[in-house]
Design a protein around this ligand. Sequence first.
Ligand code: KG4
Ligand code: ZN
Length: 335
Amino acid sequence: MLLLAVETSCDDSAVAVLDENGTALAELVSTQMVHGEHGGVVPEIASRLHMKILPELIREVLDKSGTSLDDIDIFAATAGPGLTGSLLVGLSWTKAVAFARGKPFLGINHLSAHLHIHHSSVVEFPAVALLVSGGHTMIFHMPSWNECILLGTTRDDAAGEAFDKTAKLMGLGYPGGRLIDQLAENGNPSAVRLPSPLGNKRVPEFSFSGLKTAVRLIWEAGDVSCEDLSASFRKTVCNLLVSKTVYQAGKLGAKSILVAGGVSANSLLRISFKSECDKRGMKLFLPPIEHTMDNAVMVGRAALSALKIDPEAHSPSSCNTFARWHGEKLSPLSC
Ligand code: KG4
Ligand code: ZN
């Protein structure tokens, strides 16, 4: 069985061909660099570029995997949450091809997809998962792959957004999370005292906007280097993310911690989770760096997870995009 997965929720066009075990025969991600000039993603430009890039990307991935559309048994695409114009391109293309060929189509939830990057690993349940990206910061309780219960989220900015805004403040460019991470390696994490909003580890919620303001005031006072501010900021954010996730894992008797999303590429976050999990005898699942960011392999694995629960699973032809996810239980199939 072969599955073609498509992801276009923001500014990355991504396509993958997977087998029934979730192994990628081929995958490609095309990142739209143009948004850096604008200091953030411009939705209209993003959707138009998906229109331009996607057909060629699909052809390349099929060639790379040695398959053709005739070989594909199941089609899956991200339905949301994300930018509506961007989502519409991938969802409409994939749905149209599936229906034209009489093959099942699955509309996938992007948040669930991020967590499902770990679906091909042997995860021991119960687990606690942290999804930490440019748009989301959420902790979930996962008694199994079939159940994913939201424990808490951010009250304002996402962690990745806080990284990006801090980088912008220091004139580092967009997206800035990786740049701050690199600068922090040469800085003193104790150089600046920053607040830890909602710092009580027992509260599974986050707030990063006060931290962002504190960083701005310190930067504007002009008495700190980029390296030291980056290191202090990174340490503060990582402490919040790790302490709250690990606390929930302990409280719920989790055997594993799953981390996913763009910020899970952060080097301090990865080291801190590893040392905390080692101390507690918990298994830690971190995505390989190339699968921390948006990709289509995670979309394909989420589709396979939905098919494992129900082999007949599919989305109706009316399956539509959605910009935001408001819920308590996260499922791979969005409609
Ligand atoms: O998951 P993702 O590709 O897109 C969303 O769904 O949001 O995440 C992108 C986010 C950006 O905010 C980016 O700055 C952040 O991930 N990011 C990092 C690092 N690499 C990417 N943040 C901190 N440290 C990194 N090394
Ligand atoms: Zn994402």
